[in-house]
Write a protein that binds this ligand. Structure first.
Ligand SMILES: C[S@@+](CC[C@H](N)C(=O)[O-])C[C@H]1O[C@@H](n2cnc3c(N)ncnc32)[C@H](O)[C@@H]1O
Length: 287
């Protein structure tokens, strides 16, 4: 078969999303999950959803959405569709200033003043785990010098697929490239069967607890109202300003007095009526 024939077969199998379906799907995703989907995201949506539509034996997005929004479709497919729509890009030690601030400023002060009280950390929008595992390494490294540091890490995301992946704690050697060599030795085990893979050591994996949380939901469904640190980085950027502000106010109600909120470097709270004061450009303290 020639290359040209191959291409024409593939394109004949590509299902275009009609305007009405795009509008129906994008307004649902924005309302329920906060994620903005302007028309410029149409081809991204098509390319991410095409395989799914075809795997269900369907030939149009109209047919797919009828099924997706039925009781049966919601139960069977909605989570998978959300998995496909969310953007999960993340890295170990992403935006390293935040981790430098923790070990250089926040933690020395904490161990001096809080005398063994448990430091509670929440990584909201944790994706595949690089963020909570980076937090864990920072805490553990600090604990080598100050064994009295007692901490817990909770991690959440709206996508079950990334939560499961984070829980597994398996990464490629390439992914952990930025992790300092000594930390690689301390926290990861090399796979014997697949030398390109590493896994976080079990004693550290079990230190992080996971929960599926949609940040747009009225309540986060958490019992804990006194986190000391919340990391919510590169998540708010997908939401409109009003949704961001609502979520930030809910974060405030889950933070202890003087607790910290870290947001992504391309995010901002400027112009929002929220009870935080800025310590650094993307580090905020509850007032
Ligand atoms: C780009 S990743 C950021 C990961 C990590 N915080 C970082 O900065 O590297 C954004 C994450 O936000 C999650 N997310 C998107 N909408 C969400 C929502 N409504 N509730 C909770 N998490 C959401 C996505 O599933 C994705 O894993």
């Amino acid at each position: 078969m020639t290359e040209q024939t191959n291409t024409s077969i593939e394109s004949s199998l590509f299902i275009k999303m009609d305007d009405e379906s795009f509008l129906r799907l994008s307004s649902y995703v924005t309302r329920e999950y906060g994620i903005k989907l302007p028309k410029s995201k149409l081809s991204m949506l098509e390319s991410r959803l095409n395989k799914k539509v075809k795997s269900l034996g369907m030939t149009s997005y109209k047919q797919f959405l009828e099924y997706l929004f039925s009781e049966e479709g919601k139960q069977a497919e909605l989570f998978h569709v959300i998995d496909l729509i969310t953007t999960n890009k993340t890295d170990f030690f992403r935006e390293p200033d935040h981790f430098k601030f923790l070990s250089g400023n926040f933690l020395p002060d904490w161990v001096q003043h809080e005398q063994g009280r448990q430091l509670r950390i929440w990584s909201a929008g944790c994706s595949t785990g690089e963020e909570p595992y980076t937090l864990l390494m920072v805490m553990e490294e600090f604990r080598r010098r100050y064994p009295q540091l007692n901490y817990s890490i909770h991690a959440s995301d709206v996508s079950m697929r990334v939560i499961q992946s984070a829980f597994q704690g398996i990464f490629t050697m390439d992914k952990i490239g930025v992790v300092p060599p000594e930390m690689k030795r301390n926290y990861f085990l090399r796979s014997k069967l697949q030398p390109d893979l590493v896994r976080v050591k079990p004693e550290y994996r079990k230190k992080i607890s996971y929960k599926r949380i949609n940040l747009v939901d009225e309540s986060f469904g958490l019992n804990c109202f006194d986190y000391d640190i919340i990391f919510c980085r590169n998540v708010l950027i997908y939401f409109d300003k009003a949704t961001q502000e609502r979520i930030i106010r809910k974060f405030a109600s889950h933070l202890s007095r003087g607790g910290l909120l870290f947001i992504g470097h391309s995010e901002s709270m400027m112009g929002m009526d929220v009870p935080f004061r800025q310590l650094k450009p993307t580090i905020y303290q509850l007032q």
